[in-house]
Design a protein around this ligand. Structure first.
Ligand SMILES: C[S@@+](CC[C@H](N)C(=O)[O-])C[C@H]1O[C@@H](n2cnc3c(N)ncnc32)[C@H](O)[C@@H]1O
Length: 291
């Protein structure tokens, strides 16, 4: 990880291009809230996401002088690494693959990856073709729709843009506490943990318990005088109580549309009236700085 001394010495890696969208569909991702979040990000030269997932905020913002993305889920980080370092090899493996239920079944149940690249192929294919991008095996169902999902012919150009954006970005697969404690002074961290009061265990491969929420609160408290953070959480009385010491806590709401095409788990399809839904996102934005 980059040190404060390296930053002070002007250590600088800039990606070749700037904003894009996440390469992934990600449950609990901040794609639809990204503009609200961008409005609250302070000036910074070092940027960190200890719970990056699909990293929608990282991809939506301007590049910092130095950025680091972390997630405990090794497949998420492996796929980002392969996109960063071997994008043309990954594109070659994806070439000609159609988005079909049969292929989804094959990659989910039969395909045995043998290296980081083939693991990334499997993960990326399933992520792009699964319902809401949910990758936890027991909830990973076919969920691709030609009208609403990114088509396979558009995967390569998008992957190349994402790869450009990831150049020079540090990617780690650590527990959040190790990341936050090691952040250099003055850096900005966008912190988006699993929800406090939601059944997110069914989305992610890493579980997040009450003790982890407590650890996060303690970790932020001991680092609050040396880093800037924006923490997003579901609005729960326990979260309001835990973070009442933080200077800024605001309700934020945003609209989004769910483009569902096929909910295999519940056997519902478009013709059953299972389609687009207008939803409202609502979360607490908690930050230790003024904007
Ligand atoms: C709400 S999601 C992040 C979504 C992301 N902001 C986006 O826009 O796609 C939370 C992430 O935390 C990760 N996670 C769970 N436990 C973790 C831990 N102990 N340390 C680091 N990451 C963890 C999960 O794998 C998941 O990707």
């Amino acid at each position: 990880m980059i040190s404060t001394a390296q930053i002070a010495a002007g250590y600088k890696i800039l990606p070749r291009s700037n904003r894009s969208n996440s390469p992934f569909r990600y449950p609990g991702g901040k794609f639809y809230a990204r503009r609200l979040i961008l409005d609250e990000i302070p000036p910074h030269s070092v940027y960190a996401e200890p719970f990056c997932g699909g990293a929608s905020v990282f991809f939506a913002k301007d590049a910092a002088r130095y950025s680091m993305l972390n997630d405990l889920d090794k497949d998420v980080i492996n796929t980002l690494r392969q996109i960063r370092d071997r994008v043309e090899d990954l594109i070659d493996l994806l070439a000609g693959l159609p988005a079909t239920k049969q292929k989804h079944h094959f990659y989910k149940n039969c395909y045995r990856p043998t290296c980081g690249l083939s693991r990334a192929l499997r993960w990326f294919y399933l992520n792009r073709t699964s319902y809401s991008g949910i990758m936890r095996a027991e909830n990973c169902y076919w969920g691709y729709g030609r009208k609403y999902s990114m088509r396979p012919e558009n995967w390569p150009p998008h992957l190349r843009t994402v790869s450009d954006r990831l150049q020079g970005v540090e990617l780690t697969t650590l527990d959040f506490e190790d990341v936050i404690d090691a952040l250099p002074n003055g850096c900005f961290a966008f912190i988006d943990p699993p929800y406090y009061d939601a059944d997110q265990q069914k989305f992610y491969n890493c579980t997040f318990e009450q003790s982890d929420h407590n650890r996060l609160a303690e970790c932020l408290r001991r680092n609050a005088n040396r880093i800037l953070f924006l923490l997003t959480y579901d609005d729960h009385p326990a979260i309001r109580e835990t973070y009442k010491w933080v200077s800024e806590m605001h309700d934020r709401t945003w609209n989004y549309t769910i483009n569902r095409t096929d909910d295999q788990k519940n056997g519902l399809k478009l013709k059953d009236g299972f389609s687009r839904g207008r939803e409202k996102g609502r979360e607490l934005f908690i930050r230790n700085y003024h904007v």
